[in-house]
Design a protein around this ligand. Sequence first.
Ligand SMILES: Cc1cc2nc3c(=O)[nH]c(=O)nc-3n(C[C@H](O)[C@H](O)[C@H](O)COP(=O)(O)OP(=O)(O)OC[C@H]3O[C@@H](n4cnc5c(N)ncnc54)[C@H](O)[C@@H]3O)c2cc1C
Length: 426
Amino acid sequence: MRTQVVIIGAGPAGLLLSHLLDRAGVESVLVERQSPDHVAGRIRAGVLESSSVDLLTDVGLGKRIAAEGDEHRGIYLQWTDSPRAVARAVARAAARAEARAEAGAGAGAETQRHHLDFVDHVGRSVWVYGQTEVTKDLMEARQAAGQQAYYEASDVTLLDVDSERPSVTFTDSHGVPQRIEADAVAGCDGFHGPSRTAIPSASRRTWERVYPYAWLGVLADVPPSTDELIYAWHPDGFALHSMRSATVSRLYVQVPPEEDIAGWSDDRIWDALATRLGHGRNGWSLQQGPITEKAVLPMRSFVSTPMRHGRLFLAGDAAHIVPPTGAKGLNLAIADVTLLARALSAWLVDGSRTLVDSYSEDALRRVWRCTHFSWWMTSMLHTVPIEKGGDDFDRQLQLSQLRWVTSSEPGAAGLAENYAGLPIGF
Ligand SMILES: Cc1cc2nc3c(=O)[nH]c(=O)nc-3n(C[C@H](O)[C@H](O)[C@H](O)COP(=O)(O)OP(=O)(O)OC[C@H]3O[C@@H](n4cnc5c(N)ncnc54)[C@H](O)[C@@H]3O)c2cc1C
C-alpha cells in the first residue's frame, strides 16, 4: 500500500495530525498499537491552553469544547507556612517514622491562597476539557472523513526513513503482515513507541531530568470544591485540586517516586489532601467522595533532538516529556502537529520544502520554552525530601518565589503568559 503520510500512534498528536492533513488535502494512514476503545478510554491531561482551543475551533473541533468545556480565568496558588511549620517538616523528614503520626503543618501555620487571573494579566484563559474528550472529538472527525486506520497493529517497524522511499511494516489485527510506503513518516507514538529510536543514536541527542518525587493522582465522584485549579505548596509536599466536570474531581498529592500505592488507602489520601489543600482553613472545605481510580505517576523532563531525521518527523511525547505541573504535555503535542501539518502540506501540496526543513528548529523553540516552564512550576511547588538533598534553604526560596509571582505584576504576568500558552508559532 502507498500513502502520502503514514502516522504511527493514535494519541492526540497522531489523530490531530491526520485531521489537519486531511483538511489540507494530504492523504494519511494511521497505525496504532492499541484498540480504539483503549485509546478513547485513557484518562490523562485536562487543561487546554487558549491557543489549543483556538486551533481546535478553527479546524471544526470546537463545538463540544464551547458547550461542555469549562473556561477558567486563572488558577489559585497557595502555600501553608510558618517558620515553625517548615522547621517541623524538615525535622519530620529526618525522622520518617514519626512523620505519619503528625498531621499537617500544625497549629500556628498560615494558609495563603491567591488567585492569579490570566485574563487580567495577559488577556488569555484556559479551558478544562479532558484529553478523553479531545480524543473522542478527533476519532469522530477521522471516522467522518473516512480516513484509513489500522488499530491493534503489532511489530510496527520503520524502514529506510533517511531514504526517498520510507515505509512502515506491521502485523494487522487479523495477523496479516502489512507494508505501507509513504512520502513521510510521522512518529506520534509517545515516549515508548519505536519512532524516536529509528533515528540512529549517533544522530540523536537527549536531555533528561528525573525528579525525586511523583504524583499520586485520583479521580473522585464528587463535585470540585473549587471553581478553578488550586496548586498548593505544603511542608508535607505538593497537592493539586483539579477537576474533570461538575461532578468529577481530579486530585493529586506528591509522593516519593518509588511509592507503593497499596500503602495509600482512600482515607489516607483524603487526609493528605485535606491537610495540604487547607481543609478547615480560612473557611474553605474539601468535599470528599468515592475514589474511582488511583495511580502513581512518575515525573520527568525529557527532550530528544532533532525532531526530524530524513523523512521521519517526531511530534508530541515521542520527542519530549514534561512533568504535568504546567499542564503542557497535551498542548505541546497539539502545537507540534500544527507546525508539522503546515510543513507537510506546504511540501506535499505546494512543493515547498522550507517548512519541513525548519520543522525541528521551529518546534523545539516552543518545546524548550514549555520544558523550562514545566520545570520551573514543578521546582517551585514540590518539596524535596531531606534524604534526597532538600533543605530549609530550598523551602525559603520556593516561598519567596510564590510570594513574588502572587504580588508582582511582571511576576504574575510571566506565569500567566506561559500557563495560558504562548502562540503556537512561538
Ligand atoms: C498517565 C499519564 C497522565 C498524564 N497526565 C497529564 C496531565 O495531567 N496534564 C498534562 O498536560 N499531561 C499529562 N500527561 C501527558 C499527556 O497525556 C501527553 O503529553 C499526551 O498524551 C501526548 O500525546 P501524544 O499523542 O504525543 O502521545 P500519546 O498520548 O502517548 O499517544 C501515543 C500513541 O502511540 C501509540 N503507540 C505506542 N507505541 C506504539 C507502537 N509500537 N505502534 C503503534 N502505536 C504505538 C500509543 O498506544 C498511543 O496511542 C499524562 C500522561 C500520562 C501517561
